[in-house]
Design a protein around this ligand. Structure first.
Ligand SMILES: [Zn+2]
Length: 169
């Protein structure tokens, strides 16, 4: 997905709103496949002295399997970002992304933001006790209650809880 920033290049210093959708392919994260809903970006862009600045929020839902019971587990992500694109950026050494012409590519930005913010492991819900001793029936209950919960809880709380849980283990 490319964002055409030619308006901002012509009117440097002005901010322009944008929304974009990016498809991020499934990623192998320490042996586990994590897939993503369509990644949505919304915010504004501007150009100052040839540097394109994109600010806004990225939202998506990451899907993997619960580290304890192997049920499907999803984690909503809502990430604020403020990133620069430069024509002379070296993406390996710089924090900035590179762009050419009058378009910036959003795929690498989206992938980088997501990978930096993924939880170390997925849990289907904070009360998951794992698969031991659970029959299929109660696993189904766990699954559905977990899914409901992940839609209502705020993403940062969910991440926080996952991180805290990891520390306790
Ligand atoms: Zn679980």
């Amino acid at each position: 997905m490319e964002l055409d920033v030619s308006k901002a290049l012509l009117a440097q210093g002005n901010q322009f709103p944008f929304t974009a959708e990016v498809s991020v392919p499934p990623q192998d994260v320490v042996g586990e496949t994590v897939s993503f809903d369509t990644v949505k970006l919304a915010g504004q862009y501007s150009v100052v002295e040839g540097t394109v600045r994109l600010e806004g929020e990225l939202t998506t839902i990451a899907h993997a399997t619960c580290a304890k019971c192997l049920a499907p587990a999803s984690v909503p992500l809502a990430l604020s970002f403020a990133e620069n694109f430069r024509k002379d950026a070296n993406e390996i050494e710089d924090e900035d992304f590179r762009y050419e012409g009058s378009k910036v590519t959003l795929d690498q930005l989206a992938l980088t933001l997501i990978m930096l913010n993924l939880p170390m492991r997925f849990l289907c819900g904070e009360n998951c006790t794992g698969g031991e001793g659970l029959d299929a029936y109660s696993q189904d209950i766990f699954k559905s209650s977990c899914e409901e919960e992940s839609q209502t809880q705020r993403p940062f709380e969910a991440l926080q809880r996952l991180l805290t849980k990891d520390e306790e283990v």
